[in-house]
Design a protein around this ligand. Structure first.
Ligand code: N7J
Ligand code: ZN
Length: 258
C-alpha cells in the first residue's frame, strides 16, 4: 500500500492530493460541450484601484502580488456572485515547458500558464482567513496565458521578478492595475470549487475567462527563473507549480455565453 500513499502525496505540496470526502475540488477539465449556458448569469463587473497594490513576494509556491484589502477600493461584483468580493492577491501557475502549466484545462488542453486573481467576501466574513473556510467565501478569476505577442502590462511585473527570485523574498510594488491582465471579452465559465493549494478548502466560486491573454517566450521564461528554495539552499527552479486535475463529481460548469 506504500506506493498508493506515495502516489497520493504530491511532491510539491507534501500533503494528500485528494481531500477525504472532497466533492468540489479544483482544478478541473472544462469540457466545452458539457458546459451549460445560463442566461441569468450577469456580466462580471471589475473595478480595481491601482493604488491598492502593495508588494510582490515569493511564497515558495508562486509569486504573489498582494493588495490592500482593508477597504472596498478594489472589488468585483456581478457574474455568478451574490455579494461583492475584495481583491486580496493575484498569482500564477506555470510549467517547465510551454506544453503544460495551467491548472484548469479546456477540452483537455493545457495552457503554458494560468493567472488567479483572488477575492474574498468581505460583506459576509470579517477576515480572509474566515472566508477561506466558507462555501461562498472566495471568488477567483482564472485567466489562461498563451504563447504569442509580448504583453506590455505583464512586463512591469516581469521586470520585478529577479528581486523575488528566492522563497520568502519581497519587493515593494506600489502601482499596478491587474485589469490589464484580464481579457476584454466578457465570456467566462463558472463552477463551485476549491483552493488548489493547501488548505484546499471548498470555498471558491471559480470564474474562468474563455479568452486567454498572450505573453511572449521571454516573459514565460522569466517565471521559470524563480526558485522554490530560499537563498543559500540548493536551487530548485519554480516550475510545474500546478495541481493535478480533480474529478468533476456532481458538478455542472455554467457558461455566460452561447
Ligand atoms: N491557487 S488558488 O486556488 O487560487 C489559491 C488562492 C488563495 C489561496 O490561499 C491559500 N492559502 O491561504 N491557498 C490558496 C490557493
Ligand atoms: Zn492559484
Amino acid at each position: 500500500c506504500s506506493y498508493r500513499l506515495r502516489d497520493a502525496l504530491h511532491p510539491l505540496w507534501q500533503s494528500p492530493l485528494t481531500i477525504p470526502g472532497g466533492t468540489r475540488q479544483s482544478p478541473i477539465n472544462i469540457q466545452w460541450r458539457d458546459s451549460v449556458y445560463d442566461p441569468f448569469l450577469k456580466p462580471l463587473k471589475i473595478s480595481y484601484d491601482p493604488a491598492t497594490c502593495l508588494h510582490i513576494w515569493n511564497n515558495g509556491y508562486s509569486f504573489l502580488v498582494e493588495f490592500d484589502d482593508s477597504t472596498d477600493r478594489s472589488i468585483i461584483v456581478g457574474g455568478p456572485l451574490e455579494n461583492q468580493y475584495r481583491l486580496k492577491q493575484f498569482h500564477f501557475h506555470w510549467g517547465a515547458i510551454n506544453e503544460w502549466g495551467s491548472e484548469h484545462t479546456v477540452d483537455s488542453k493545457f495552457y503554458p500558464a494560468e493567472l488567479h486573481l483572488v477575492h474574498w467576501n468581505a460583506v459576509v466574513y470579517p477576515t480572509f482567513e474566515e472566508a477561506v473556510m466558507e462555501g461562498n467565501g472566495l471568488a477567483v478569476i482564472g485567466v489562461f496565458l498563451k504563447l504569442g505577442e509580448h504583453h506590455e502590462g505583464l512586463q512591469t511585473l516581469v521586470d520585478a521578478l529577479p528581486a523575488v527570485k528566492h522563497k520568502d523574498t519581497v519587493i515593494e510594488f506600489d502601482v499596478f492595475d491587474p485589469s490589464c491582465l484580464i481579457p476584454s471579452c466578457p465570456d467566462y465559465w463558472t463552477y463551485a470549487g476549491s483552493l488548489t493549494t493547501p488548505p484546499l478548502t471548498e470555498s471558491v466560486t471559480w470564474i474562468i475567462k474563455k479568452k486567454p491573454i498572450e505573453v511572449d517566450e521571454n516573459q514565460l521564461e522569466a517565471f521559470r527563473m524563480l526558485l522554490f528554495t530560499s537563498d543559500g539552499e540548493e536551487e530548485k527552479r519554480m516550475v510545474d507549480n500546478f495541481r493535478p486535475l480533480q474529478p468533476l463529481m456532481n458538478r455542472t460548469v455554467r457558461s455566460s455565453f452561447q
